[in-house]
Write a protein that binds this ligand. Structure first.
Ligand code: NAI
Ligand SMILES: Nc1nc(O)c(N)c(N[C@@H]2O[C@H](COP(=O)(O)O)[C@@H](O)[C@H]2O)n1
Length: 257
């Protein structure tokens, strides 16, 4: 029996970390932690999913491409390209980001930007001086650059001060829009949210043999494995890749989700 509830896509949570559980350097500096071989594995996994999801923090910090360019010839574009999906509550994604440029240049799929539906922006948005007008301008600029904007209701954060998007609502919306499998790549807050929500069907962590130090960026670790069971460890190049599956699942990285 599949553990995947029919109302959300199959969800693979995957990222790379150091031995001291850091996913980025001081002040979020992007680190290439994965070795060449495990990075190729990540690009293979990208081909196996309908969408790749990241948070706006990662989009702003890394300006990623989320494509499959590390795969062997003849032509990386002949592989299935996943759709980039950005969780961007307040529409902060720059219209000049690589994901949108790649789409304009026909070397990437149209990015979807999932944002908060704002009834009264001045009371809901934490961006300084944000108004319905400035938000509308950002939305129009993103749409003009090619983004599809998907608005969903915002929910209050646990402290009651801020707002964010509900992960189950994001996933349900994606499923309704035809995304059957999604690879969640980060960053720290998104990883923490998916772990807290127990939403991953598969968790794949690449651990690089390096230390980043206390100033690096960490995610909030689950204190227990939740619904996940350990499936195995692979040595790929210099890295160790740990795989977990939903505890009710017998599926172990079959290659089709
Ligand atoms: N080593 C690795 O595999 C990876 C490392 N990274 C690193 O992670 C860092 C970025 O991480 P963060 O700043 O934490 O940004 P993030 O990419 O996790 O995005 C977080 C933002 O998403 C929005 N959001 C809306 N609803 C949310 C929800 N329910 N839960 C969480 N966020 C929600 C909020 O605006 C929040 O600030 C960068 O330094 C990047 O290099 C990112 C991806 C993979
Ligand atoms: N698998 C993996 N290993 C690392 O060492 C990483 N830093 C990441 N980062 C993720 O990949 C995105 C960059 O993708 P592109 O190279 O631009 O295609 C980055 O934004 C993170 O999501 N992943």
């Amino acid at each position: 029996m599949s553990p995947t509830p029919p109302k959300r896509p199959h969800t693979t949570l995957t990222f790379a970390q150091s031995l001291d559980a850091k996913i980025a350097g001081a002040e979020g500096r992007q680190l290439i932690l994965s070795g060449e071989e495990s990075m190729i594995m990540t690009h293979w996994m990208r081909t196996m999913h309908d969408g790749i999801l990241i948070g706006i923090g990662t989009a702003l910090n890394d300006d990623p491409q989320l494509n499959v360019r590390k795969l062997p010839p003849p032509n990386a574009m002949s592989y299935h390209l996943p759709r980039p999906i950005i969780i961007d509550t307040y529409l902060r994604l720059p219209p000049t980001c690589k994901l949108l440029l790649n789409y304009q240049n026909k070397v990437g799929r149209r990015p979807w930007v999932v944002c908060g539906h704002v009834a009264a922006p001045s009371t809901h948005s934490r961006l300084p001086a944000d108004t319905a007008e400035t938000r509308l301008l950002r939305k129009q600029a993103l749409e003009a650059a090619g983004a599809r904007i998907i608005e969903i209701p915002m929910t209050p954060t646990a402290d009651g001060i801020g707002t964010r998007l509900s992960i189950p609502s994001v996933l349900q919306t994606l499923k309704e829009l035809g995304i059957s499998s999604v690879m969640v790549e980060g960053g720290a807050q998104i990883i923490s949210s998916f772990m807290e929500e127990n939403t991953a069907d598969t968790l794949i962590i690449t651990i690089a043999p390096t230390f980043v130090g206390a100033s690096g960026v960490a995610y909030n670790c689950i204190t227990e494995a939740g619904n996940l069971k350990y499936m195995g460890t692979m040595a790929i190049g210099k890295d160790s890749v740990f795989t977990f599956c939903h505890k009710d699942s017998n599926i172990f990285y079959q290659g089709h989700f």
